[in-house]
Design a protein around this ligand. Structure first.
Ligand code: NAP
Length: 278
């Protein structure tokens, strides 16, 4: 019988702690504040930004939203980031990605002050993650680690296989597991005979972006399976990168989609905002 890793519950615990800390800071005269920039009308980005605002409200963090037009010029966006960097009442800043193609995303991420970079995408913060010496961690990999800790899943000495090497999920995920003394293998689209590697995983993290890509024949009996994917299936229903129905019975523990990693990503952003304020 497998253990269902309940991301909603663990996220609720993180949010309780964050709410308590935000309240403590308020009583000392400090109102924790997150500034969120959104450029253009991407519907998915709008949904994410709305979630962030509501999450802030729930835990007593003040949120400021800067909704810029699709045709915003690079200089205007940079000027806004500079202004927010300099404001003492703003603790955390994030720019919702993706931004319109005419804007230089790398320059935008670099412009956000590393001390306010609650997404941990600035090269300085990415460097600190490599060194294992950080204030902020990218929210999704940090959320995965919290789930493993919450369920007392041992990491040291385990073979962790991460499928996906993106800058926001796969790469930092592998660094965090390495820091916990796992043996880590990172797979990607050019990996040969993927199943032969995923089948060796004690802990398998799927961050691919393909619906139900990881099937039962790719998973070792008793593995812990963490599904980062957020995709739509043929019927338009939200699903992960793991074929849950076939993989779950083979696993010892598994995250569902929805209700697994997603809520943790949202919660870790607020935890990072508290870190930025203290
Ligand atoms: P991404 O930037 O598109 O990266 C996908 C990775 O998967 C790439 O490294 C790619 O390899 C690899 N890949 C693609 N096809 C593959 C294949 N056939 N075999 C092996 N590897 C393959 O995506 P991402 O931003 O990391 O996101 C991954 C998934 O997580 C998406 O579904 C996304 O929506 C979801 N996500 C969820 C959360 C959450 O809070 N739950 C947060 C962030 C992302 P190459 O590098 O070789 O191209």
């Amino acid at each position: 019988m497998y253990n269902l890793i309940d991301g909603k519950k663990v996220a609720a615990d993180v949010l309780d702690k964050v709410a308590h800390e935000a309240q403590e800071l308020k009583s000392q005269g400090k109102e924790v504040t997150l500034a969120v920039i959104i450029v253009g009308d991407d519907p998915a980005s709008r949904v994410y930004v709305n979630h962030k605002r509501k999450d802030c409200e729930k835990v007593g963090i003040r949120s400021l939203e800067y909704a810029l037009a699709e045709d915003t010029k690079q200089e205007e966006l940079m000027a806004l980031i500079n202004e927010l960097n300099g404001r003492e009442d703003v603790d955390g800043i994030l720019c919702q990605l993706p931004i319109p193609k005419h804007l230089d995303e790398k320059a935008v991420l670099k412009a956000i002050s590393p001390a306010k970079d609650v997404d941990a995408f600035h090269p300085t913060n990415v460097g600190y993650i490599m060194l294992g010496d950080y204030t902020f961690l990218p929210c999704t990999p940090a959320g995965v680690m919290e789930l493993l800790y919450a369920y007392d899943i041992p990491i040291e000495g385990k073979h962790c296989v991460v499928v996906g090497r993106s800058n926001i999920v796969g790469k930092p995920m592998s660094m965090l597991m390495l820091k916990e003394n796992a043996t880590v293998t990172v797979c990607h689209s050019r990996t040969r005979d993927l199943a032969s590697i995923t089948k060796q995983a004690d802990i398998l993290v799927a961050a691919v972006g393909r619906a139900k890509f990881i099937t039962a024949d790719m998973v070792k009996e008793g593995a812990v399976v963490i599904d980062v994917g957020m995709n739509r299936d043929e019927e338009g229903k939200l699903c992960g990168d793991v074929d849950f129905d076939s993989v779950a019975p083979k696993s010892s523990a598994i995250t569902p989609v929805p209700g697994g990693v997603g809520p943790m990503t949202r919660a870790m952003l607020l935890e990072n905002t508290i870190r930025a304020a203290t």
